[in-house]
Design a binder for this molecule. Structure first.
Ligand code: FMN
Length: 381
């Protein structure tokens, strides 16, 4: 299988197999089946919300590359009069810089520096993207879900229910049938904002937001993932946040770190180190909703680290944005090149990593197959 992996790595540099998960299953007897927000996925790699999921062209490129899911850019919620309590998050900013980033531990990684925030076009335009996302999801070709930033009150304030109701109903209409699935984003800029100074306030949001969204849907079926921020309050509080978010249908863990000095969000190994550390501390302590990992997934190895920390899938942004020279593949879209490296790299890829875990006895074949989800469902060590 090692020799086959070397061969596949070379030959797929030009073009990925048409059906990557089936190829992996036949060639290596590895079942990559994964889960995200109630969907069963053919493999665990999706795209996180951001500047790479703003339009139909990007969605189509990801569908044809064989990505398992995409989260659309975060839209700022509005009420029927167009009022937006989180309007400060709808900033227009086009310039992104992809930069090398050395972590506190001295590891070289990548980060994207950008000062923008949420969706900066009209809600109507966003709804038209959601229409296509709903159709694609129902057709089974790719799961594509919206992401929203809804009102977050101070302790003495109620939630603005009108905003929750109006936004959720319009999204459900545009989605076009079946269960609406969406992410609620708690962003790094929010973590850096005075609104997130108080711990009790954050915990209240996490407890109450899923109910607010469900109530806003007015009985229409909806599944909600909360994408948790990395708060400024340390690891034990981060675990408390996970516990407080128990009413969600899934949790995305955890969005980028916030640098108060530079007033920007950042990632790299600082982010994956922190996320994996917190997930390690939380493991076995809480009956979480299902987890989806995010943060510096830049190799199959890191993907498997997130899986072993309890994540049933992962969502990436930065790794889809590197200079072309950073990918071993020579052709194809960035999404295709990223999938090639994540799965087939003979040293750092998912296949190599799962074969090694088998060899070390950490993962066993069942019915002749190694199963990705067995890494997640394992009792903790
Ligand atoms: C330029 C940029 C814009 C982003 N915008 C959003 C957003 O609107 N909503 C959101 O939930 N996450 C957003 N993210 C976070 C990503 O989806 C992802 O969770 C995060 O960057 C960690 O993954 P990575 O290390 O692979 O980039 C953004 C990230 C970047 C780099």
């Amino acid at each position: 299988m090692r020799a086959q992996l070397e061969r596949d790595f070379e030959r797929f540099k030009r073009e990925l197999p048409r059906d990557l998960p089936s190829h992996v299953r036949e060639a290596y007897r590895i079942d990559l089946t994964a889960r995200y927000l109630g969907y069963t996925l053919p493999h665990p790699v999706g795209k996180g919300s951001g500047q790479l999921s703003l339009n139909l062209e990007q969605l189509e490129a990801d569908r044809s590359a064989g990505l398992a899911f995409v989260v659309l850019k975060t839209v700022v919620a509005e009420d029927p009069a167009g009022g937006r309590s989180m309007a400060a998050w709808a900033i227009h900013e086009t310039r992104m810089r992809v930069e090398r980033h050395r972590s506190a531990e001295g590891r070289e990684g990548w980060t994207v520096t950008w000062k923008g925030r949420g969706w900066d076009r009209s809600f109507e335009e966003y709804l038209s993207l959601v229409r296509t996302a709903g159709e694609l999801t129902r057709s089974g070709s790719i799961v594509a879900v919206p992401s929203v930033k809804y009102h977050l009150p101070r302790m003495d304030e109620p939630f603005r229910e009108e905003e929750y109701r109006h936004t959720t109903r319009r999204l459900a209409e545009a989605w076009g049938g079946g269960t609406l699935t969406l992410e609620k984003d708690f962003s790094p800029t929010l973590a850096g904002d005075a609104l997130a100074d108080e711990r009790t306030r954050i915990l209240r949001w996490l407890r109450e937001v899923p109910g607010q969204i469900r109530q806003g849907a007015g009985g229409a079926p909806v599944r909600v993932a909360l994408k948790l921020m990395n708060s400024r309050h340390g690891d034990p509080f981060q675990v408390e946040m996970l516990e407080a978010a128990a009413a969600a249908d899934a949790l995305v863990v955890f969005n980028r770190l916030w640098s108060p000095e530079r007033a920007v969000a950042f990632g790299g190994y600082d982010l994956s180190d922190r996320n994996l550390q917190v997930l390690g501390a939380a493991r076995g302590r809480i009956g979480n909703p299902p987890l989806c990992g995010t943060g510096n997934v830049c190799s199959g190895r890191l993907l498997l680290d997130y899986a072993r920390a309890g994540c049933e899938s992962v969502q990436l942004h930065t790794f889809f944005q590197l200079p072309l020279s950073e990918y071993p593949a020579t052709d194809g879209s960035r999404t295709q090149r990223a999938l090639h490296a994540l799965y087939f790299d003979p040293a750092h890829g998912v296949i190599a990593g799962m074969l090694e875990l088998e060899q070390s006895g950490a993962l066993e074949r069942r019915g002749g197959e190694l199963r990705f989800l067995d890494l997640v469902d394992r009792p903790c060590e």
